[in-house]
Design a protein. Structure first.
Length: 59
């Protein structure tokens, strides 16, 4: 089993989209793990959760 770990997103939708694209390009990742700090921060937390609800539900 291969997994990717992401953390400290802080509502940064642009960085999150770039990281998720890289993970998708790897092709054989079974699970994405996030230990925290998904939405806290000054950037776009509401947009980050709205745009990535399906992915974030798996974290």
């Amino acid at each position: 089993m291969r997994f990717a770990m992401i953390s400290d997103i802080h509502g940064n939708i642009w960085a999150l989209e770039a990281v998720l694209a890289t993970i998708r390009a790897m092709g054989d990742i079974d699970m994405i793990v996030n230990p925290g700090d998904i939405l806290s921060g000054p950037l776009e937390p509401a947009f980050a959760i709205h745009q990535n609800a399906g992915i974030l539900a798996l974290l």
